[in-house]
Design a protein around this ligand. Structure first.
Ligand code: UDP
Length: 497
């Protein structure tokens, strides 16, 4: 290029506005955490990011705020007061994990919807003006804001594309309407034969009034300008292509988003302050042989019945393998605390660590001592396990977790099913044991031993872990997608003046 041409180009660049993304997550840990990753990835690639949140959730994000400030990234929090009491929720109830009964989830969604006007007003004041909204599928009303501001809206549902496609077909074909819980649902147009009982499908949870909200979500998804996925091309190319074909929408795979939390402080404070001393936890892991420990954790929302927790503990004990077990029984199930104190902890103290409350999950998973992950198959946990390169034992509870189980076990072939009977719907206090101690013992022993099947799973998991990292390295598929996304949204903004 001539020097005159270069000067013109430089001038154009300096007057070109930086792409400015507004991120509106669903206020639930499994949705907010990947969006903090998304914020960081976009900002690391030069975009400006406004992250919409509320006071209680902002307090949980202290680790994230410190990390982005230390890195000098252009990320700001847009804090809006949450109208909890106006919608019949206790004051300060600002996250799905704080809701006392699932019947209140509709109130929660409506309270979120009431953020529409205050958010629009705040977005009008931002400088530079927003160029794109990326919002959780559940925050359907952000589509209206995007139209009002004349900017694109991209949807994020927090699922992998395999499960997103199944969810889309469920909505499109109204697959769950007038179907009994145990009836088998078939997904027409899905790239493989997929059949599941209704109760194991996302969207099967019946909460009065949620149908209208679901319809709105779907309508707004149809109007949106594309979908952002916490995934990467090499993991599920077929499903990404099918999703684009079937929905007619562009898919931006820009993950795994957890990989942006590489520094140890951020890993430890991810999502919330850990309820365990991280240094002690690392010291404990350092004392174990590489690949010898099984990590057991069921995410932020699943509520496992007391009898089931006891059965799980006895299975872990019987397996004789070292383990870290995250339990969120707390005040809710004092009988579990009593049982732990009544001999169990003493019996396993040389090889078992119990974490009560919030665990630094990624920090643990990525330690070399971890050789297996018993997971409820929330997508974040699943992709964190994939990045760690560890095989899994799948124990889905509800929502799209049964789809993720199929993806991990049948397609990726990096996990084995524990064999859950029934569905432990979110917010329902089931009493019965769905997985016996024998099933736990057998699964742990099978995964952690040297058998051929386990070794093959381990190799495949390691290989996927390498691919996951590559996706975000310079020239990797997600790395390139992030740059293209920023470019495209920046260009749209500049074209519209
Ligand atoms: N998580 C964590 N510590 C915990 C429980 C969960 O760090 O004690 C994180 C986990 O790493 C993941 C998210 O919370 O990023 C949970 O999301 P997921 O989709 O796995 O499950 P959900 O909680 O939505 O069911």
């Amino acid at each position: 290029m001539s020097s005159a041409g270069h000067a013109v180009d430089q001038q154009r660049k300096s007057t070109t506005m930086k792409a400015h993304f507004v991120l509106v997550p669903m206020m639930a840990q499994g949705h907010m955490i990947p969006m903090t990753g998304m914020a960081r990835l976009l900002a690391e690639h030069g975009a400006q990011v406004s992250f919409v949140t509320t006071p209680v959730n902002a307090a949980r994000m202290a680790g994230f705020v410190t990390a982005v400030e230390a890195a000098g990234l252009a990320v700001q929090l847009v804090k809006l007061p949450f109208p909890a009491t106006e919608f019949g929720l206790p004051d300060g109830c600002e996250n799905l994990d704080m809701i006392q009964s699932r019947d209140l989830s509709r109130n929660f969604m409506e309270a979120c919807g009431a953020l529409r006007e205050p958010l629009t007003a705040r977005l009008r004041q931002l400088c530079p003006p927003p160029s794109c909204i990326i919002s959780d599928m559940v925050q359907w009303w952000t589509g209206e804001i995007a139209r009002e501001l004349g900017i694109p809206r991209l949807t994020f549902d927090g699922f992998c594309t395999f499960a997103s496609l199944a969810r889309y077909i469920i909505f499109r074909d109204k697959l769950l309407d007038n179907v009994a819980d145990e009836e088998i649902v078939t997904f027409s147009g899905f790239p493989m034969l997929l059949e599941l009982p209704k109760a194991r499908c996302p969207g099967s949870l019946c909460v009065p009034g949620m149908e209208q909200i679901r319809d709105k979500m779907y309508e707004e998804e149809l109007q949106s300008d594309g979908n952002v996925m916490n995934s990467f091309q090499e993991l599920e190319r077929l499903y990404i292509e099918s999703f684009e074909q079937i929905t007619g929408k562009k898919v931006w795979t820009i993950g795994p988003m957890c990989l942006c939390d590489r520094d140890s402080n951020m890993m430890a404070a991810r999502g919330n302050k850990a309820s365990v001393d991280e240094a002690k936890c690392l010291q404990w892991l350092d004392s174990k042989k590489p690949g010898s420990v099984i990590f057991v954790s069921f995410g932020s929302l699943a509520s496992t019945a007391p009898q089931q927790l006891v059965e799980l503990g006895l299975g872990l004990e019987a397996s004789k393998e070292p383990f870290i077990w995250v339990i969120k029984a707390g005040n809710k199930f004092p009988e579990v605390e009593e049982w732990l104190a009544d001999g169990f902890e003493e019996r396993v103290k040389d090889r078992g660590m119990i974490i009560r409350g919030w665990a630094p999950q990624v920090m643990i998973l990525w330690h070399q001592a971890i050789g297996g992950f018993m997971t409820h198959c929330g997508w974040n946990s699943t992709i964190e396990g994939i990045c760690a390169g560890v095989p899994m034992i799948t124990w889905p509870h509800f929502a799209e977790q049964f789809l993720n189980e199929k993806f991990v076990v049948n397609l990726l072939k990096i996990g084995l099913e524990i064999g859950v009977k029934g569905v432990a719907q979110w917010g329902s206090e089931h009493k019965e044991v769905r997985v016996t101690r024998n099933a736990v013992e057998t699964a742990v022993s099978t995964l952690m031993n040297d058998g051929e099947a386990a070794q093959e799973m381990r190799m495949r998991a390691k290989d996927l872990g390498v691919k996951a990292r590559r996706a975000l390295e310079e020239g990797g598929s997600s790395y390139d997608n992030i740059r293209l996304l920023i470019q495209e949204m920046g260009n749209k903004q500049n074209a519209s003046g």
